[in-house]
Design a protein. Sequence first.
Length: 289
Amino acid sequence: MFLARYTLLGLSLCSLLVPQFAHAQADRFAEVQITQTQLAENVYVFMGAGGNIGVSSGIDGLLIIDDQFAPLAEKITAALNTLQVGMPKYVINTHFHGDHTGANEHFGQQGTILAHHNVLSRLSENKSLNKVALPVITFDKGLSVHFNNDTLAVKHLGPGHTDGDSIVIWEKANIIHMGDLFFKDKFPFIDLDHGGSILGYRNNVSAALSLINDKTQVIPGHGEMATKNDLLKFKHMLDDSINWMRKEISLGKNLKQIKKQGVPKKWKNWGWNFISEDKWINTLYQGLM
């Protein structure tokens, strides 16, 4: 009887807390506005909350790269419909994180989702996801999408931010979407628990730099629009961070000692609310030990 009473109490509390949690989630996105910037004749970038969305809009219809959080799906749809009526034919996921794939279930009902093999594997681990939220077409090294009078080259460069990252290049428009292989003027999140690699991340950024020129418009995973010089500065930060941490480790310093010292002064203002200086040091230490 005692156990039954507490079980009922627990169920009652859950019934109260779940709606509150759902309401809190809704409130979190209530004020988010989806802004759009035209980059070329058929290319736009949408910014809201979560990863930046690349958009191709034209004679062949709509294609989007990433789709932010699930509660923003209707707002994203409304923004797309200011360009042309209809749902995206294709959705490209740059990786599996929820701030880039949260609205997959919404857009996957009418569109085809494309991603690296490992994105399908990672998303499939979430048993609560509806099947329509999963990639239908997957690839290893990459593929080409011929759409709206351009060719979108989708490339997997190896483990970096996760084990399933892709960059997307509009060949004619000369625009690149970096996914989370680029956080503009910020320390990046490198998901070591899901196949991410510090050295791989740096090498992927280097490879992307070799594929673009000084006129390329760069869409970061997070942050404002950027240039090749911005991406090059980001790589310099990665190089300096890696070299600095390797030196500290070689001197026999432990994590506590390294944190007390802090990152080189030049990069101290690159910390932010998600990846602080402290978290960046943790990542570097864990990934390079």
